[in-house]
Structure formats: structure tokens, C-alpha cells
Design a protein around this ligand. Structure first.
Ligand SMILES: Nc1nc2c(ncn2[C@@H]2O[C@H](COP(=O)(O)OP(=O)(O)O)[C@@H](O)[C@H]2O)c(=O)[nH]1
Ligand SMILES: [Mg+2]
Length: 205
């Protein structure tokens, strides 16, 4: 729970200073069942909020072309959690469905979002394409994390990068969303990436 407070991150770095910002809003996206809820729960130091539960199986097998009706709003789920990476930096995590039929949520969800983690299940990488496309469209910085489902290591991260046509600038990492340290490392990778981008921007201007 509060164990994260005051602990140096595993890499021993302090990616952002308190002068940069105290609370960063981060979104975790990906297809259904990719591990978003698991990741937010494994890292969160507050009891994570999940707006769903009823949806769990209801969403499975629903045709993506099905007309969106009012019913959709009752089946939309997102997760909320919080983690203190160090004394100054707190991440507010929003786990959000990445499927096309939920994108009407995104403009609001994106307000103030500094960066995103795209979780990928290599058995269904096509679920990630849409999320990546939208993030690029919105200009939201992101990293990609391959969640360790059985068989995920059959292909290299390089092959996954190609399959996703990911630019080399986008960090791609492995994780096990069930493991706190692993999920935390993913978030640190994202924060480092955001920091590198902002430093690069400062250098240019
Ligand atoms: N083997 C394995 N299973 C995982 C991992 N992460 C999540 N799961 C399982 O995958 C299922 C779906 O995860 P969930 O977090 O609900 O997915 P969500 O729909 O993206 O929120 C759950 O039964 C998890 O326990 C992982 O890294 N490895
Ligand atoms: Mg979920």
C-alpha cells in the first residue's frame, strides 16, 4: 500500500522533478482482456476503482459493428488507481478500453493525459492497432508493453515492433501485469519517455 512512498524507483532515477509536475495523468489502453485492470490493481496504492464488473463477459464476442445503443454506456468500464513513484511524483492511472466502439469516451479521457501505456496481448495484436492509431492521431506520447500471456515470447520484441509498425522512438517492453514491480517498471519507462521527449523539445526550441 504505502510501501511505494519514499522509495527510490528500481532504476535509482528520478525521471521528473517536482518542479515539473506533481500529479501525472496516465492512461492504460488495450483490447479486452489484455490486462488493464490487472495492471492498475497490481500497482495501485489506493483501492482501485473499477466502474464495470457486469461487462466482463458481456463484451466478449460482441460484434464490433453492432450499432452503439444506450446499452453501451452501461457496459463501458474503466479502472482508476494511483501510484507514488517517489516523494514528488504521483501517477493517476486510468485503465480504458481501447476498442473502437469505446472511443467516444476518449476525448474526455484524454483531457490532461500526459502519456499512455498500450498493453498488447500478442495473440490478438490487432486489438492494439486502433489504440495506437488514435494515440498517434491525438499526439499523445505512449509506450507499448507486451503482457506475458502464455506463448507471448514465441516472437521477439523486434517482430512485435514490426507487426505493430511502431516507430523506433516508441519504447517497447515486456511485462507481467500481475506483478507489481513489473507493472511499475512499465510506468517508469513511460515517465522516462515523457521526460526524454520534453528534454528533446527544450533542446530544439
Ligand atoms: N498469464 C497472464 N495472465 C494475465 C496477465 N495479466 C492479466 N492476466 C489475466 O488475464 C485476464 C484478463 O485481465 P484483465 O486485467 O481483466 O483485462 P482487461 O480487460 O484489460 O482489464 C485476467 O484473468 C488476468 O488474471 C499476465 O501478465 N499473464
Ligand atoms: Mg478491465
Amino acid at each position: 500500500m504505502s510501501e511505494a512512498h519514499g522509495r527510490a524507483d528500481p532504476a535509482g532515477r528520478t525521471p521528473l522533478r517536482s518542479t515539473a509536475t506533481d500529479g501525472l495523468k496516465i492512461v492504460v489502453v488495450g483490447g479486452f482482456g489484455v490486462g488493464k485492470t490487472t495492471m492498475v490493481r497490481s500497482v495501485s496504492e489506493i483501492r482501485p476503482l473499477n466502474t464495470e464488473e457486469t461487462m466482463t463477459q458481456a463484451g466478449v464476442g460482441v460484434d464490433h459493428n453492432t450499432a452503439v445503443t444506450d446499452k453501451t454506456t452501461t457496459t463501458v468500464a474503466f479502472d482508476f488507481g494511483r501510484i507514488s513513484l517517489n516523494e514528488e511524483m504521483i501517477l493517476y492511472l486510468f485503465g480504458a478500453p481501447g476498442q473502437e466502439r469505446f472511443w467516444f469516451l476518449w476525448d474526455r479521457l484524454f483531457a490532461g493525459t500526459l502519456g499512455a501505456v498500450v498493453l498488447v496481448d500478442t495473440r490478438r495484436i490487432e486489438d492494439s492497432w486502433y489504440a495506437i492509431d488514435r494515440l498517434e492521431h491525438h499526439g499523445t506520447p505512449f509506450i507499448v508493453a507486451r503482457n506475458n500471456f502464455p506463448g507471448s515470447e514465441e516472437h521477439s520484441l523486434g517482430e512485435l515492433r514490426e507487426a505493430l509498425t511502431l516507430s523506433r522512438d516508441v519504447p517497447l517492453v515486456d511485462c507481467d501485469a500481475r506483478v507489481r514491480e513489473s507493472s511499475k517498471r512499465v510506468l517508469i519507462t513511460l515517465v522516462d519517455h515523457l521526460y526524454a521527449l520534453s528534454t528533446a523539445r527544450e533542446t530544439v526550441s
